[in-house]
Design a protein around this ligand. Structure first.
Ligand code: NDP
Ligand code: GDR
Length: 344
């Protein structure tokens, strides 16, 4: 039975990856942080909490000694480093905490592997945010990097350290440059889930209006459950490498808003410009979306669209769920949850 450590098991990807690895017969050691009220709602929704092969371990990725102890104790075959301060907006307010967790955290794990057992396979959760100010369209493994946030820069450091440990110490250390991937398990601060949750609340009469920032940003959005399959394939490849996982389709935040309302049976129309832009419910004339400048970022990533050809060629991985299907799945989940007062 293979053993895997997943850091950040309480997050969206951690939960889906745990479900996948358990279904493949792995013994999974998932790490979570001590907080005043830990929540495992995603693992509960996926129904894996009581799986006897799932072990939950309290751990903080900023603690090097704890990292060594956990790796020594578990003796894993694979480590998936998903732990991060992963919210771009917050990284502008907490650049140092983001650097410690999102940047240095990866190196704590790489050092543990180097010291204890260089045969352990390591996956680093790199991100399309590293492309930042896009130097090329679509972006591939060969596109040069120009991050635009403390988060993107911390991830860039972890990404290059992963490559450096691969080249310096012959460690099977791979990096997945994943474009945005969403699901009903997405955190509510991220724009897609914020939109689908608010659309559900508006539909049910629990909210009047949704406030957003930059509607022009374009993202390549895929379905998270497919992307964790890609992570697993990356660690089963013949050699360690860097892979882009993406859909190769990009849409604006504005388009996602229209799609989400449509999914709840509401037709909206955007009117006005800049900070005065609003979306109106065509049937009632009510304003259902307006701009709040507090959601604008000091520096923005305007356009992301990935080229996943290399992952398809080497891993046989490709995204299958369309954005319309994904959006519909999220709207329906949020409608169900809001009907019963679910609060995550
Ligand atoms: P989430 O924000 O949902 O999950 C992040 C996880 O990291 C949570 O379990 C969180 O714990 C944990 N964590 C945060 N700080 C620490 C710490 N100091 N020590 C240990 N664990 C910590 O992110 P996703 O699941 O969406 O993403 C997974 C990874 O992939 C992240 O590294 C993210 O940056 C990266 N990524 C995500 C993409 C996406 O579109 N989703 C795209 C590309 C990369 P807690 O629950 O306690 O907060
Ligand atoms: P992103 O995701 O920054 O791409 O990072 P997010 O959903 O936060 O933002 C996407 C785009 O939407 C714009 N936007 C808003 N964003 C949020 N969160 N809230 C709003 O109200 C809002 N209005 C407009 C943003 O400005 C941005 O352009 C995600 C995270 O999962 C990272 O961890 C991951 O690495 C990248 O995706 C790939």
């Amino acid at each position: 039975m293979k053993k895997a450590i997943i850091t950040g098991i309480t997050g969206q990807d951690g939960a889906y990856l745990a479900e996948l690895l358990l279904s493949k017969g792995y013994e999974v050691f998932g790490t979570y942080r001590r907080t005043s009220s830990v929540n495992f709602w995603r693992l509960e929704e996926l129904g894996v909490m009581n799986n006897p092969n799932l072990h939950l371990i309290e751990y903080d990725v900023t603690d090097q000694a704890a990292t060594i102890r956990i790796v020594a104790k578990v003796q894993p075959d694979e480590i998936y480093n998903l732990a991060a301060q992963s919210f771009v907006g917050v990284s502008f307010e907490q650049p140092l905490a983001t650097a410690h967790i999102t940047g240095l955290g990866a190196v704590h794990l790489l050092e543990a592997i180097r010291i204890l057992n260089p045969k352990i396979r390591f996956y680093q959760a790199s991100t399309s945010e590293m492309f930042g100010l896009a130097q090329e369209v679509p972006q591939s493994e060969k596109t040069s990097l120009y991050p635009r946030s403390p988060y993107g820069i911390a991830k860039l450091y972890a990404h290059w350290m992963t490559i450096n440990y691969r080249e310096s110490y012959d460690i099977f250390a791979s990096s997945g440059i994943l474009f945005n991937h969403e699901s009903p398990l997405r955190g509510r601060e991220f724009v897609t889930r914020k939109i689908t949750d608010s659309v559900a609340k508006i539909k049910l009469g629990k909210l009047d209006c949704l406030e957003l920032g930059n509607l022009d940003a374009k993202r390549d959005w895929g379905f998270a459950k497919e992307y964790v399959e890609g992570m697993w394939r990356i660690l089963q490849a013949d050699k360690a490498d860097t892979f882009v996982l993406a859909t190769n389709r990009t849409e604006t935040v504005r388009d996602f808003v229209i799609m989400a309302f449509k999914g709840a049976g509401i037709t909206v129309e955007f009117k006005g410009n800049g900070l005065d832009e609003v979306a109106v419910d065509v049937a009632t004339g009510k304003i259902v979306v307006r701009i709040n400048p507090k959601f604008h970022r000091p520096a923005e990533v305007d356009l992301l669209i990935g080229n996943p050809a290399y992952a398809k060629q080497i891993l046989g991985w490709e995204s299958k769920t369309t954005l319309e299907q994904l959006c519909q799945m999220m709207v329906e989940a949020d409608l169900r949850r809001n009907q019963v007062g679910f609060s995550f």
